[in-house]
Structures are given as structure tokens and as C-alpha cells.
Design a protein around this ligand. Structure first.
Ligand SMILES: Cc1cc2nc3c(=O)[nH]c(=O)nc-3n(C[C@H](O)[C@H](O)[C@H](O)COP(=O)(O)O)c2cc1C
Length: 336
């Protein structure tokens, strides 16, 4: 855990990753951070996480998912992202920071949300352009890298899933054309690009699973891949599971290993890791980087303070985000 690791052209202080976590600390609908946003990230940076993946920043107003979400959809946003980067780097000069780029698509809260089965080729080309422009803003704001959010039933992940994507044209699920197009466009911006990839929808009888994830990882060249999955409604498991399950995506890691894809690019596995001991299971499987989300809400200093505070996975943190309240752990707040 506490050894260095390289991604693309930069070095991580250690192998822990703060997986993207919406803080719900921006103004309603404008996506502009409030003071709380900067304070939140300053504290997180002080906790010496190796790679801090910020939170899902929407690349277009049409692609928002929650009321107080961060935006990176206009050039005006660059100044706010730059300020956040400066604050985090002043708190920890070894921190590496990633901007997560998201379009919620059909799973969003916009009135005119993009429906994948009705979208035209021009709609998809516009999305490609929006991701590219957002990546350029991220570069100008000083991020070390960007991550394409292709998980959790947002736009990119729905297009790679044969449960959601019923198209039979060139945008059919098995060809992952939109994801490929976004990657190629973002590659023209000179910034390392990773992906948070839906690797299992957990929907019986459908093929967005470890095998199709391996196909995508084999075909596309990312600078890093974060393994994720789960869903809503009919899915057997949600992304953010309550209860004590650990290491949700071990089966995906085993599939990657079997196809010699674990070493193709750095892999982060996130989901169900509660502490440094849990993470060892993934390191023992040959995964170089382990991500945590809820754990950092419970205690953003757990890597340096002895990790006494346990997350009980009550999921009150995510409930707050959908209500437009800032993401917080009620248990930690009661302890203050
Ligand atoms: C409050 C909250 C907000 C989240 N926001 C994001 C997000 O912005 N982007 C993302 O990719 N995942 C998001 N997630 C999912 C986490 O990154 C992670 O994949 C999931 O919680 C499983 O990891 P964990 O068991 O360490 O919590 C969020 C999770 C929580 C609890």
C-alpha cells in the first residue's frame, strides 16, 4: 500500500486511490463550487492519498445527474478547478489529482436528457466534442489526468451494455463506438486519460459482464482502468452496496488476469474495501491500486491516523447527494 507507483508520466506517493465521490457542495445547477467544496478537498489532500479522483463533473448541462453537482461544461469553470488544484497541492505537494468527466445521459436529471436508443449520430458526435472540451479545461486547470466515467448506468456505460443499448446500428453495444470516440478525442488533448469502467451490470441474461469488460480493455488503450460495476433497479447488486460484502469485483480481476490484461495498463479496483488489510486481498491478486469511496467520507485521514473509525455501510452518505445535501457521514459528524 505504501509504496510508490507510476501512472503515465507521473508518480503516486502510494497505491491508495480515493475513488470519485460526489460531494454535493456546488451551487444548484451552475456547477460552481461553494466554499465547503474547497475545504473538503483540502482536508482530503492532507490525508496523503496517492491518487485523488475528484467527483463526477458534468461535461454538458444536458448530462447532469444531481442538483449540486460539479460542472466542467464551460470555460468559466476553469478558474474554480484551478483554485481547487492549488489548494490541494498546497496541502500536499505529492498529491496527484484526477478530474472525472461525466455525462449522465438517460440516468440524469436534465429535462432534455439524452436517450441512447433515440439519439442521432449528431447527438453522439456532440457528446464526443463535449468530453474533449472538458478534458482541455481539466488540463488548463492543472489536473494530472482525467477519467472518463463509463460506469454506474450513466451515458457511456449504458452504451456498452446490451441491457440498455438496443441499437442495431454502428452504435450497438458490442462495438462500444461512443466510448472509443470519446477516448480518441480526449487523446488529442495532451493529458493522461483513464476510465472508470462498468465491468458487470449484474443483470441476469445480459452480457455486460467480466467477459465484455475484457474485450473493451483489450481493444482500447487507456492510461489506467478503474474496475467498477453494479446498477439500479433490476441489477442484482447496486454500485454502492450496503452490508459487509468485500472486494466486489474479484471475479473481474480474475478474468483480466486469465487474459493477461492485468498488466496491460495500471488497474484500480474499487468497491467493498474498508481498510488497508482488506486491500491486501487485491494486492495479493496482482492489482497495483485500490480505491475507496465511503471510507474517505467516514475518515479522510485513515491512511495516516491508525484507522480506528469503521464505516458501517449504512449508505446515508449517498442518500444525502440525491437530496441536494452535501455528502457526509452522519456517524463521523456525531463523533465531533
Ligand atoms: C456519496 C457517494 C458519491 C459517489 N459519487 C461518485 C462519483 O461522483 N463518481 C463515481 O464514479 N462514483 C461515485 N460513487 C461510487 C464510488 O466511487 C464507489 O465506486 C462505490 O461507492 C464503491 O466503493 P466503496 O465500497 O469504497 O464505497 C459515489 C459513492 C458515494 C458513496
Amino acid at each position: 500500500m505504501f509504496t510508490k507507483f507510476n501512472i503515465a508520466n507521473f508518480e503516486l506517493e502510494n497505491r491508495s486511490v480515493r475513488s470519485a465521490t460526489a460531494t454535493s457542495t456546488c451551487q444548484f445547477s451552475t456547477g460552481i463550487p461553494e466554499q465547503k467544496f474547497y475545504e473538503f478537498y483540502e482536508s482530503l489532500a492532507r490525508g496523503h492519498v496517492g491518487l485523488l479522483i475528484q467527483e463526477n463533473a458534468f461535461v454538458a448541462s444536458r448530462g447532469t445527474f444531481a442538483p449540486k453537482q460539479l460542472g466542467i461544461h464551460t470555460d468559466e469553470m476553469i478558474q474554480y478547478h484551478r483554485k481547487a488544484n492549488e489548494i490541494m497541492r498546497a496541502a500536499n505537494d505529492k498529491i496527484r489529482i484526477c478530474c472525472q468527466l461525466t455525462h449522465a445521459g438517460p440516468n440524469g436529471n436534465a429535462d432534455n436528457k439524452l436517450q441512447i436508443n433515440e439519439a442521432t449520430a449528431a447527438d453522439f458526435e456532440e457528446v464526443v466534442q463535449q468530453f474533449k472540451e472538458a478534458a482541455l479545461r481539466a488540463k488548463k486547470a492543472g489536473y494530472d489526468c482525467v477519467q472518463l466515467h463509463s460506469g454506474h448506468t450513466y451515458l457511456l456505460s449504458q452504451t456498452i451494455s446490451d441491457f440498455y443499448n438496443k441499437r442495431t446500428d454502428e452504435y450497438r453495444a458490442s462495438d462500444f463506438k461512443l466510448l472509443r470516440g470519446v477516448l480518441e478525442a480526449v487523446r488529442t488533448v495532451d493529458i493522461p486519460v483513464g476510465v472508470k469502467l462498468q465491468c458487470d451490470d449484474f443483470i441476469e441474461g445480459h452480457s455486460m459482464n467480466a467477459a465484455s469488460a475484457c474485450k473493451i480493455i483489450s481493444a482500447l488503450k487507456f492510461d489506467f482502468v478503474e474496475v467498477t460495476g453494479g446498477g439500479q433497479g433490476v441489477a442484482k447488486y447496486s454500485t454502492i452496496r450496503a452490508g459487509k460484502d468485500q472486494y466486489y469485483y474479484r471475479h473481474v480481476i480474475q478474468a483480466l488476469k486469465a487474459q493477461n490484461l492485468l498488466d496491460k495498463q495500471p488497474v484500480i479496483v474499487t468497491g467493498g474495501f474498508e481498510n488497508v488489510e482488506d486491500a491486501q486481498m487485491a494486492f495479493d491478486d496482482g492489482v497495483p491500486l485500490v480505491g475507496y469511496s465511503r471510507k474517505f467520507l467516514r475518515n479522510d485521514q485513515f491512511l495516516i491516523d491508525g484507522d480506528a473509525k469503521k464505516c458501517v455501510r449504512c449508505n446515508q452518505c449517498i442518500g444525502a447527494v440525491y437530496k441536494g445535501q452535501h455528502a457526509h457521514c452522519p456517524i463521523s459528524e456525531r463523533e465531533k
